[in-house]
Design a protein around this ligand. Structure first.
Ligand code: IFM
Length: 442
């Protein structure tokens, strides 16, 4: 087995999940539909017609799952609150039973000495708000601020680590530009408005958290996957440059440098009002990085912006779901982000997806050798980045459990813990055992 990299004692080790991907209990205790519940009902949009209706049934199995986290020695757990569970209509009357679920989760985590990291938005906008225009209307920022205030007042006595959104660029691009995710819109103007209003919502959310949560440590979680053109043809180079602005810069640049990148700035101008950039760029305490792989961009006129996904170079190593495998890119991303945004970085997601069933063998072991090798290589790359000056303070593996992988349904597994979706049995994989030893310094 590869030698274990050494990290400082206060380096934080955790795991991440999100509400819609694990909770299930879609209709329990007053929860109302989110845009993902609606999307899953559309024919042919999710593999095998699956949905998050049951998922890992974490809503009912939460105590068992927290126990598992404690057994693995996790020091922190990043989860998201389901907005339609706590505010079924998106605004107005809160749902006490929904709020109570997160009270119980947070209390259990604290009992087990696991630090709760609460993310307010991991893609599950209440359908009731989408029906009123969702992120395409400027009011969206106010709706989000009110929801943030509800959570801050309820949980802020116990939760100090807050993230506003998870992967701004991914959910806006896939949901509002490519049309491949909820709410399945593909329209340039709507996409631009969505980008700006989500940025405004982030800024308003930060202000609310700052005002209501004593000693809050606030960040936002960005997907940063460095963009490379598929070829050096000028049209691919230009398409990849625009794709890069959308994926990697539209949100962190606005939030941390108070400007939109050049190509987007011009297009988004009609929607920007005086004072908006200052409303968006509120001081933050950390940068949340979700990183998996570089992306290869190309000219693609079948999609609204004229850019799309290209192929990695022939012969490049790939993961089991065909994502490029490039730990050096992770190292360089950590170094570059430290220089660009000058904030401590927490890696809030990184992990390995496979379509293999990964069922327990006769001895009850789940031997996920490829995931284990991936984690070893990426964590070693993170150590190298740290040695070269990257200010990285913690790492959360994606994901604790196999779960509902959006359009990929349950066929794509990212968990370090296997979930049998028939019996809901949880089995830590070999990667979980290795990760646990790493955390314990073994
Ligand atoms: O499952 C997703 C997660 O919700 C956001 N980041 C990427 C993961 C793997 O695709």
């Amino acid at each position: 087995m590869a030698e274990r990299p050494v990290f400082p004692k206060d380096f934080l080790w955790g795991a991440s999940t999100s509400a819609y991907q694990i909770e299930g209990a879609a209709e329990a205790d007053g929860r109302a539909p989110s845009i993902w519940d609606s999307f899953c009902k559309l024919k042919g949009r999710v593999d095998n017609g699956e949905s998050g209706d049951v998922a890992c049934d974490h809503y009912h199995r939460m105590p068992e799952d927290v126990e598992l986290m404690a057994e693995l020695g996790l020091q922190a757990y990043r989860f998201s609150v389901s907005w339609p569970r706590v505010l079924p209509r998106g605004r107005g009357a809160p749902n006490e039973k929904g709020l109570d679920f997160y009270d119980r989760l947070i209390d259990r985590l604290l009992e087990k000495n696991i630090e709760p990291w609460l993310c307010l938005y991991h893609w599950d906008l209440p359908q009731a708000l989408q029906d009123q225009g969702g992120w395409a209307v400027r009011d969206g920022a106010g709706w989000f601020a009110d929801y943030a205030a509800l959570c801050a007042r309820r949980y802020g006595d116990r939760v100090k680590r807050w993230a506003t959104f998870n992967e701004f660029s991914v959910f806006t691009l896939f949901g509002w530009a490519f049309g491949w995710g909820a709410p399945s819109i593909a329209d340039r103007a709507t996409h631009l408005k969505t980008i700006h209003h989500v940025n405004l919502a982030h800024g308003a959310g930060v202000d609310v958290l700052r005002a209501l949560v004593p000693n809050a440590s606030i960040g936002a979680v960005h997907s940063v996957q460095p963009m490379r053109p598929e070829t050096d043809r000028p049209e691919d180079v230009e398409a990849a440059a625009l794709f890069d602005e959308h994926w990697n810069r539209a949100f962190p640049d606005a939030q941390l440098l108070a400007y939109y990148p050049r190509r987007i700035a011009e297009a988004i101008e009609p929607y920007v009002q005086p004072g908006d950039m200052a409303r968006i760029a509120r001081p933050l305490d950390w940068f949340g990085l979700n990183h998996y792989a570089p992306v290869y961009g190309r000219k693609d006129d079948s999609l609204i912006w004229g850019f799309g996904f290209g192929s990695p170079p022939a012969g490049m190593k790939r993961t089991a779901i065909d994502w490029p495998y490039d730990p050096g890119c992770f190292r360089d991303t950590l170094i570059d982000l430290t220089r660009r945004y000058r904030l401590p970085i927490y890696v809030t997601e990184n992990g390995y997806g496979t379509k293999a069933a990964e069922a327990p063998d006769a001895e009850g072991r789940v031997v996920d050798a490829e995931r284990l090798a991936y984690l070893q290589a990426y964590i070693a790359a993170m150590a190298e980045a740290k040695a070269r000056g990257a200010d990285v303070r913690g790492y959360f593996v994606w994901s604790l459990l196999d779960n509902f992988e959006w359009g990929g349904g349950y066929g794509t597994r990212f968990g370090i813990v296997h979930v049998d979706f028939t019996t809901q049995a949880r089995t830590p994989k070999e990667s979980a055992r290795w990760y646990s030893e790493l955390i314990r310094g073994g």
